[in-house]
Design a protein around this ligand. Structure first.
Ligand code: ADP
Ligand code: MG
Length: 341
């Protein structure tokens, strides 16, 4: 495009909240034939909220009382009490929240905020390790595990330090903990589109916590407008298959176009392999995780309140947090180039 056309397009874009980084991308955007959306924070609002805390019982089934969330204490079946059996809902949530207080991840913040909202005192973990794309591992001071009446020993205390894991199935598997007993609970929550996370304490699976996110109002519109223009719409996420498909269904993305459980470092490879098929892909994302994928995409688009790293790696920034502006970006590119022909 001529400098004049570039100026016109850039100005038109800016007026519509679409910032093009130069004339090249303004020209390229019209040729995009595939749009790959990141899920969390891009199609969804990225404002997670804690929705479920499930205690896994000794018989490996969540009891109705314990999963109801109304604070009703579960009846004890008698017999020998294991550490696991004596944990209540608030204990599981406290363990998860203390471990997650070392993390900046939106999932972590939702768990910490949810615990605080329930009146739980969230202390700092003794030791903390972030396992990217999988969860967190932390050492929790035993004193942080406040005994409930049910679980307290004779002196009313339990001061053992313990290792807490909060994360996905792979995190537990990699640490030698069987997650099978939580399978039914996980499946149910994931079918509801929630992100369910396993909680283990001292090498034992003790519960499941889940966060829900809401799809952005215009996400479905954005997808259908792109599809109407013959643009193939895909979704890529680190989240699990079931949750990803539940969200894809809500916004109208074809199940075959969903790439789930993609590790942060593999997102750019996924975009590259799509482009190896000869497609011209626009990647739309908001997170630090998305930056390498934004950089390799034919057009990288950072959305809304995206992180600085994402904005820096992108060719286009959508000022509003609105997926429909992806369509605007393509249309502005078309309009600008049409004018100068
Ligand atoms: P996304 O692409 O949705 O931002 P990530 O790649 O950051 O997801 O994480 C992928 C999955 O790893 C999450 O869906 C979750 O199951 C697990 N995970 C990541 N970080 C955490 C955390 N801090 N606590 C618990 N689970 C986590
Ligand atoms: Mg994201």
């Amino acid at each position: 495009a001529t400098p004049a056309a570039t100026m016109v397009g850039t100005t038109l874009g800016a007026r519509n909240g679409v910032l093009f980084k130069g004339g090249d991308v303004l020209e390229r955007a019209k040729d995009v034939d595939t749009v790959v959306f990141d899920k969390t924070g891009t199609l969804t609002r990225g404002e997670m909220e804690l929705t479920d805390v499930v205690v896994l019982d000794d018989d490996d089934q969540p009891t109705a009382e314990r999963s109801s969330g109304d604070g009703t204490p579960a009846a004890d079946g008698g017999g020998q009490l294991t550490a696991r059996k004596r944990l209540g809902e608030d204990d599981v949530l406290r363990l998860a929240a203390v471990a997650e207080s070392g993390s900046e991840h939106p999932l972590a913040r939702a768990i910490v905020d949810g615990a605080k909202a329930r009146g739980i005192d969230v202390t700092d973990p003794d030791d903390f390790e972030n396992v990217p794309g999988h969860g967190v591992k932390a050492t929790v001071d035993g004193r942080a595990v406040r005994p409930t009446a049910e679980r307290s020993g004779e002196d009313g205390t339990d001061s053992r330090d313990g290792e807490v894991l909060v994360g996905n199935r792979k995190l537990l598997r990699d640490n030698g903990i069987d997650h099978e007993p939580a399978q039914e609970t996980m499946d149910r929550l994931e079918r509801e589109g929630k992100t369910a996370m396993l909680v283990a304490y001292e090498g034992e699976l003790v519960g499941v916590v889940a966060n829900a996110d809401t799809v952005k109002e215009s996400a479905k519109d954005a997808v259908s407008q792109l599809q109407a223009r013959d643009v193939d719409v895909m979704m890529i996420t680190g989240d699990n298959e079931r949750t990803a498909h539940a969200v894809a269904e809500q916004v109208g993305i074809d199940p075959g176009n969903v790439r789930a459980e993609v590790l942060p470092e593999d997102k750019s490879d996924a975009v590259e392999s799509i482009q190896d098929e000869g497609r011209k892909a626009m990647m739309v994302g908001d997170g630090v995780n998305d930056a390498p994928a934004l950089a390799v995409a034919y057009v990288g688009t950072a959305i809304g309140s995206g992180t600085d790293v994402a904005i820096e790696a992108a060719d286009v920034t959508l000022m509003r947090d609105d997926p429909v502006d992806v369509v605007k970006a393509i249309r502005i590119s078309e309009a600008t180039l049409a004018k100068i022909k």
